[in-house]
Design a protein around this ligand. Structure first.
Ligand SMILES: Cc1cc2nc3c(=O)[nH]c(=O)nc-3n(C[C@H](O)[C@H](O)[C@H](O)COP(=O)(O)OP(=O)(O)OC[C@H]3O[C@@H](n4cnc5c(N)ncnc54)[C@H](O)[C@@H]3O)c2cc1C
Length: 202
């Protein structure tokens, strides 16, 4: 836990310094919605400023209990492109290749190697503990008027993040799911539950 806390604080500090349109990092209000009052805030509560619990009637989301806070929203398409540019401007180069096994990795002449092969590490490093978690997204056309995020407010896991390119709806987390295929039932649930949530809005 102390390693995770250290990583969370280093990461929070780094992204705070990247705020702005150039890197696709922006502070936004987040509403966590639940049928019951929510318990005490979890770990790292101080990283979520302006946290306030709002009872039904004190927010626009109908009968839910809402926990409002302010947090960073990161747009991966902007951030990742920009990080690639920064790396190249600093003299870095990319070499795209496949590593069939560990000896091919160890044959590299570089003295420092970061293992960031994601799920590929399971085969490459014989990591039997590595478990995939499958998710899937629904993209709607962008709406600049939506300047807040929601989590919860319906059946199962749900969240809505506005981005400049899309409004993203999400809500699946399936441990052990290696399949890359979107599931139509999940798409249906994510859209229908968000429709129900936003039909109560206002
Ligand atoms: C639906 C969904 C939504 C998500 N939303 C968010 C979000 O909003 N915010 C967020 O922070 N995270 C989100 N995540 C999680 C995020 O995508 C991952 O945490 C992140 O991509 C992990 O990055 P990584 O670089 O560690 O691994 P990866 O992105 O998996 O990259 C690993 C790379 O290693 C390469 N590789 C693997 N094996 C080999 C090999 N043998 N030889 C050569 N190359 C190899 C792969 O091709 C790949 O390019 C989401 C994930 C999903 C599925």
């Amino acid at each position: 836990m102390s390693q995770l806390e250290w990583a969370a604080r280093v990461s929070h500090h780094a992204y705070t310094n990247l705020g702005g349109a150039d890197y696709g990092v922006r502070w936004l209000e987040l509403y966590e919605l639940a049928d019951e009052p929510q318990g005490a805030a979890g770990e790292f509560a101080d990283l979520f400023p302006y946290t306030e619990d709002l009872e039904p009637g004190r927010h626009p989301f109908g009968a839910f209990y809402a926990r409002r806070s302010v947090t960073m929203r990161i747009e991966p398409a902007i951030l990742l492109r920009r990080l690639v540019q920064d790396f190249q401007m600093a003299g870095g180069t990319f070499v795209v290749r496949n590593f069939a096994n560990l000896s091919e990795v160890l044959a590299l002449r570089e003295s420092t190697i970061f293992n960031c092969t994601g799920l590929g590490a399971a085969a490459l490093f014989g990591d039997a503990e590595l478990t995939p978690a499958k998710g899937q997204l629904v993209f709607l056309p962008p709406d600049p008027a939506v300047d807040y995020m929601t989590i919860g407010g319906g059946k199962g896991l749900l969240y809505m993040f506005p981005r400049t390119d899309v409004v993203l709806l999400d809500g699946t987390f399936k441990l052990g799911g290696y399949s890359m295929q979107p599931e139509p039932d999940e798409t249906e649930r994510i859209v229908t539950e968000h429709q129900r949530l936003f039909s109560r809005f206002g």
